[in-house]
Design a protein around this ligand. Sequence first.
Ligand SMILES: Nc1nc2c(ncn2[C@@H]2O[C@H](COP(=O)(O)OP(=O)(O)O)[C@@H](O)[C@H]2O)c(=O)[nH]1
Ligand SMILES: [Mg+2]
Length: 230
Amino acid sequence: MVVPAFNEAERLPRTLERIASYLAGRPGGYELLVVDDGSTDATAERASTGGATVLRNATNRGKGFAVRRGMRAAGGERRLMSDADLSTPIEELGRLAARMDEGYDVVIGSRALPGARIEVRQPFYRENMGRLFNLFVRALAVPGLKDTQCGFKLFTAAAAEAVFSAARLDGFSFDVEALFLARKKGYRIAEVPVVWRNDAASRVSLLRGSLAFPDLLRIRANDWAGRYGL
Ligand SMILES: Nc1nc2c(ncn2[C@@H]2O[C@H](COP(=O)(O)OP(=O)(O)O)[C@@H](O)[C@H]2O)c(=O)[nH]1
Ligand SMILES: [Mg+2]
């Protein structure tokens, strides 16, 4: 389990407790990695107190950089990434894992499919920006997926290695790049509806969020230039 964390000292303790108690009740072992992305608060201490292994970026590199680092450092057969606020509750892992059991390599949580249960919505502007972004995503990068930005995604070890060794984007568009690469490399992707309870304390600034749009063109450009390998 990989949790990217930027100034998450407040939210982490409760999150790590919930994760640990849920995962302890599932078959198989687990490993909990927190990637502290140059936080200026007590994120790293709280993470290790909470039982996580902490990887620390010396400076703030972005969510994409952090997730990539965590996914590659992880050793599990199945690797889940989740936001530190558990907006998608950890219990939803069961639904994702069930689809992976059917043979999918990458299973992503979705707020846009019928069956998703949005218990607390994002602010109006974020929801609309998200919808617009997903339109561009479908046109430019990964047709057919409804919600690429939910912070709850499960990869097999093989898919995680292949995708995150080739991925290059450090910002919030990294999800799109990861899914683009997964497709390109022939991995099967399933999108499943999940529960979402938005936590108002966002770490995503409007500026940083907006940079995801030009990044979509960067994905195409990288692909044309052969930077993603075969
Ligand atoms: N590594 C890293 N993680 C970040 C950064 N900004 C946000 N995050 C993490 O990304 C996840 C999603 O952030 P959050 O504030 O919940 O986003 P929102 O709910 O979509 O507004 C959380 O785990 C954050 O700690 C960043 O600059 N670097
Ligand atoms: Mg959030």
